[in-house]
Write a protein that binds this ligand. Structure first.
Ligand SMILES: *Cc1c(COP(=O)(O)O)cnc(C)c1O
Length: 361
């Protein structure tokens, strides 16, 4: 494995106050960079002070969106140590995304080493207040200076990090979501299972209009039949219907979330039936009407678990857990248990019996 060179910042930046810090705005002192040149592979791995990248306006990423990214967090334990949650899953998913977008894959051990060295060097940036963490954003961009459509021959791999506060500073509370029937996020055969910026660009119009109408997320339907539930915003989605857990299967258009995978594994270990299958909007609405839709939540690294309190479909509002407006503010017991268990493992207050934790220092 190639040695990672380190160029330290001369004057460390002042750290922002973690209380009320906006998500993803303040970046730590250093970043990891590595170049790809066709014929030479990934070269020149290095940690340097955080700062602007210099790119040609003709760089391919600006025109054809050949770009992928990841998102994970480093957590401070009570004993002062720092740990990651299933980082190998992020590394492998990034390489799967890379394959879909004709981007060269990154050796797993080099990627892991880059994460650990960067976090160790910037360890003072990992906050220690409850529910805070260091968000880690690895990404790859195509850099050929060429306005012509082909897979780039050169790339930059970069990792930046930023301290983030509690996702729920006022405590976890259920959100209102809206079923989207104009735009679709992804289709089978497209890039839905890859974590690429282009998917997000295509999702903005729907989420902007949902926000304008007072909803916090959209519930995406499939692109062909406009019937099957796929994801909620940029999270995977799960429903508790009549005691069983139902979540859309991974069939190409749904992003294979690591929080989704971990939730399924926990739920099964607790004895729940978890069905990864097609779930139509008709089945969901019927369950909401007859009171068997007990709980619903989104899963993702940023929020971990996001309880859903209300679903709007064709102008009508459906509420979770009994379908009355009072239930909007109630967090289901299983939703809460999942959140408590996952976050307990992530911050090291619950034993990691699944070997999900990767210590950094
Ligand atoms: C990243 C992402 C998720 C959640 O994945 P996690 O690994 O749980 O953070 C879900 N859906 C989309 C579209 C995503 O980009």
């Amino acid at each position: 494995m190639e040695m990672i060179s380190i160029q330290k910042i001369e004057q460390p930046k002042q750290k922002p106050d973690i209380h009320g810090i906006p998500f993803g705005t303040y970046f730590s002192d250093h970043m990891f960079l590595m170049d790809y040149v066709k014929g030479q592979g990934w070269i020149n791995p290095r940690i340097v002070p955080y700062g602007p990248l210099h790119l040609e306006p003709s760089a391919m990423v600006f025109h054809y969106a050949q770009e992928i990214f990841e998102g994970l967090k480093a957590y401070r334990r009570a004993d002062g140590g720092i740990q990651l949650f299933r980082p190998i899953e992020n590394i492998r998913r990034m390489n799967n995304s890379a394959e879909r977008l004709c981007i060269p894959e990154i050796p797993e051990d080099l990627f892991m080493e880059a994460l650990k060295q960067l976090i160790t060097l910037d360890s003072e940036w990992v906050p220690s207040e409850p529910n805070t963490s260091l968000y880690i954003r690895p990404f790859i961009i195509a850099t050929d200076p060429h306005v012509g459509v082909h897979a780039s021959h050169t790339y930059i791999f970069c990792i930046i990090t930023c301290p983030v506060g509690s996702y729920y500073p006022e405590g976890m509370s259920p959100v209102r979501i809206m079923i989207e029937n104009r735009d679709v996020r992804a289709v089978r055969g497209g890039t839905g299972y890859a974590k690429c910026g282009g998917n997000y660009a295509a999702s903005l119009r729907a989420s902007e209009s949902a926000l304008a109408e007072g909803f916090s997320q959209v519930l995406w339907l499939d692109g062909v039949y406009r019937k099957n539930i796929e994801e909620v915003g940029a999270m995977n989605v799960m429903f508790k219907i009549n005691g069983k857990i139902v979540t859309p299967e991974l069939a190409g258009s749904v992003l294979p979330g690591i929080t989704r995978k971990s939730s399924i594994e926990l739920l099964k270990s607790w004895g729940y039936d978890v069905e990864e299958r097609t779930l139509t909007i008709d089945e969901l609405i019927e369950a909401a009407q007859n009171g068997t839709l007990e709980e619903a939540w989104g899963t993702g690294t940023a929020a971990v678990i996001s309880p859903i309190g209300e679903i709007r479909y064709e102008g009508k509002d459906y509420f979770l857990g009994g379908n009355t407006a009072e239930s909007l503010n109630v967090i289901g017991p299983l939703t809460q248990k999942l959140y408590d268990t996952l976050t307990g493992i992530q911050w090291g207050t619950i034993e990691d019996s699944n070997n999900w934790i990767e210590p950094v220092c």
